[in-house]
Design a protein around this ligand. Structure first.
Ligand SMILES: [Zn+2]
Length: 698
């Protein structure tokens, strides 16, 4: 449950993102031009980014961001641009600097410094990549071609599994492999790591891309068909049109068995424990013994199957669809997964479909930025350790810790003040805050990369081994005691995340800097910007998913019946409020799919507001540029969400992202009483809600 969201589809071997927002737009689609820095250093809110001609009560998003929106163009290599991009650019510039230093260090073979240098070098060696051509892929294509029966197919499907999904931290439900593994604390035994298996098998972002009967989706499907054919042709296949047609048909069949994103977020539906024997009974078709052998999971006695009906349906397709179709599907998925590390023609064909058609981006990110993204993914902790030392001084950490403490204290007071909640339920909620593991800046321990082999002239091998290294790292942890202080984000990531099964929060160093956080800026701006981010992540502890976990991260109903009924009624009203938002006339926000994030936005904004007032310690709030403290607080919050999206990308977000579009996140303010008084918002203005229609949850 991150601030942003969604994983990069460029490197789909392992889970990439946690968060406040979804990441593909940042990580995958590019960060070329230095974005307009939305706030000047230490100035708090940025007047030039506002549009004072708009009434705040009519359109708070344009009131706070209209100036910036007017003068900002989305660069060709991006699907969207916003305040997060400016920070990601800075983090990228710093990271490439660290990589260049690593290259100059001439560090001994096997050291992390040498691996950083060599991995990046292998990515930048375009001539070497072209010269190798298809050679690195060939042995893998040959293994697929040699599959003789469904038993061997089942084994190959098992071998393709990676730990590339993450249901609750990264909110990444998508894997192009038939199934994905997530290793995390168990639903029913949160002291030990359990194996979660999740549906997969689709290249397109969601089942709706296969099933929806709109002109746009039909157009995407026809271009997807052509794209599969082109990829297979590049890899030397013949008869590629017919093969592509069968692959699309198979994926269509898989999509019919998938459950929707909104259903995926219901953890009670996901809590299904299957033994290995149960798979054969519940999901015939696959040779499950071979599958688990291929996946290296024969010793794992039980699994939590997130979407049982999808497992039954997908396994049946393994039995019923022809072997040749499955082999083409495997080959195409292999080529697609590694397209960015193969000769240019593959990367360009992949971008032409996933970048241009799906996201509306017109050009690829510069290669060096994609190289940085690769190093961040495959050696993220090695780079992050240096990044944190260099760019996150102890004073910044201390200030951020103080803000977090203040906002948690506000949250405690809000819980105590709830009139509808039983004291016993309140005590459990307070216990969750007491045991919350808050990580600021960087983790206490770092990943050991000694078993990961990197060669400066073997990009494909580096990437292949990284996927396996991560997978084996996760599989090796199954059954072991949980490290509650572990992180799921690197320090150089511009994002933040709540880990419900750990009852933990990560606030990476890269988001704890201007414009989100500036020690020199007025408290109003800091609390409105980073404070609401902190509040958002704390609030996930008590959102529609988080509320199902207790203080030890166990799935346990700690609510009194009436309290839960009240909570569910309030959150249903919030879902209904977001259902009314329409980014385009033909498409609405899905209030249920985005509910957890919307609750976190409302509750986080409330708690940060209280934290801000507590920080004033009874003193009057200083005015700045004619704006009161409360006005600065809300404007800073609105400016967090300054963002422009390409239409294709925004449509994709509405369908596949648990976060609402930025504009509606800025509109969260309409549920907060203090916003009405700060801007004298009156009945009749577009965002006005009568006091009884404002949704208060915590
Ligand atoms: Zn979130």
């Amino acid at each position: 449950m991150n601030l942003k969201s969604k994983s990069s589809k460029y490197f789909q071997r392992h889970a990439l993102i946690c968060a406040l927002i979804a990441l593909p737009l940042l990580a995958a689609q590019g960060q070329n031009a230095p974005a307009d820095t939305p706030k000047k250093d230490a100035q708090g809110i940025v007047l030039a980014n506002m549009d004072a001609s708009v009434k705040p009560g009519d359109d708070f998003f344009h009131y706070t961001n209209g100036g910036w929106i007017r003068r900002t163009e989305i660069p060709g290599d991006r699907a969207a641009i916003g305040v997060f991009n400016a920070l990601a650019d800075l983090s990228n510039q710093r990271t490439v600097g660290l990589i260049e230093e690593a290259a100059k260090a001439n560090a001994p073979a096997g050291s992390s410094t040498r691996k950083i240098a060599d991995l990046y070098k292998s990515y930048m060696d375009e001539d070497g990549i072209e010269a190798k051509g298809l050679a690195p892929l060939r042995p893998h294509l040959d293994s697929i071609a040699a599959i003789r029966n469904k038993q061997e197919l089942s084994r190959a499907l098992g071998e393709s599994v990676r730990s590339d999904v993450d249901a609750l931290n990264n909110t990444n439900y998508h894997t192009p492999n038939l199934f994905g593994l997530w290793v995390a604390p168990g639903f029913n035994d949160s002291d030990h790591y359990a194996a979660y298996l999740m549906q997969g098998g689709l290249q397109l972002p969601d089942r709706e891309y296969y099933l929806a009967d709109s002109a746009r989706m039909r157009d995407i499907r026809s271009k997807y068909h052509a794209h599969i054919s082109s990829m297979l042709k590049l890899a030397g296949f013949t008869d590629t049109d017919a093969r592509a047609e069968r692959v699309v048909e198979l994926e269509h069949g898989i999509a019919e068995k998938h459950i929707s994103l909104a259903e995926n977020e219901d953890i009670h539906k996901a809590d299904n424990t299957w033994s290995q024997a149960d798979f054969t009974v519940n999901a015939p078709g696959m040779d499950w013994a071979e599958f688990f052998r291929g996946a290296g999971l024969t010793k794992q006695a039980s699994f939590i199957v997130w979407q049982p009906t999808a497992f039954t349906g997908e396994s049946a397709l393994v039995g019923s669809a022809s072997l040749d179709t499955w082999k083409d599907w495997l080959a195409f998925h292999l080529i697609e997964a590694y397209a960015d590390v193969l000769p240019k023609a593959f990367a360009e064909e992949r971008f032409a479909f996933f970048g241009k058609v799906l996201s509306g981006t017109t050009e690829q990110r510069p290669r060096w930025q994609r190289g940085v993204a690769l190093v961040n993914k495959d050696l993220g902790d090695a780079v992050g350790q240096i990044y944190a030392q260099r760019y996150f001084p102890p004073e910044a950490k201390a200030q951020a810790q103080a803000m977090v403490a203040n906002i948690i204290a506000s949250f405690r007071k809000r819980i105590d003040a709830l009139t509808w909640m039983d004291p016993a339920t309140k005590a459990e909620a307070q216990a969750k805050l007491t045991t919350l593991n808050v990580g600021i800046g960087y983790p206490e321990t770092w990943r050991d990369y000694s078993a990961y082999e990197v060669n400066a002239d073997d990009l494909f091998g580096n990437v292949w081994r990284s996927g396996l290294f991560d997978y084996q790292h996760d599989v090796a942890r199954l059954g072991l005691p949980v490290d509650r202080r572990e992180w799921c984000m690197t320090p150089q990531t511009v994002n933040a995340v709540n880990l419900p099964l750990h009852n933990g929060l990560n606030f990476p160093a890269a988001i704890l800097q201007p414009p989100f956080f500036d020690p020199k800026a007025p408290a109003a701006a800091n609390y409105g910007a980073i404070g609401t981010v902190i509040g958002h992540e704390i609030s996930h502890t008590f959102d529609s998913e988080g509320a199902a976990f207790d203080s030890k991260g166990r799935v346990r109903n700690w609510w009194k019946t009436e309290d839960l009924a009240h909570f569910n009624a309030a959150t249903a009203r919030l879902a209904a409020q977001y259902d009314t938002y329409k980014p385009f006339p033909d498409i609405s926000v899905n209030g249920k799919q985005t509910l957890g994030e919307n609750i976190a936005d409302v509750a986080g904004l409330s708690a940060a507001y209280d934290g801000y007032h507590a920080s004033l310690a009874g003193k009057p709030a200083p005015m700045q540029d004619g704006y009161s403290g409360d006005q600065q607080f809300f404007i800073a919050f609105g400016q967090n969400w300054g963002r422009k999206d390409r239409e294709a990308a925004l449509r994709q977000q509405v369908m596949t992202d648990p976060h609402s579009p930025a504009e509606f996140r800025a509109d969260t303010v309409r549920n907060i009483d203090a916003w009405y008084s700060a801007f004298e918002v009156q009945s009749g203005e577009k965002l006005y809600l009568a006091p009884t229609d404002r949704v208060r949850i915590w």
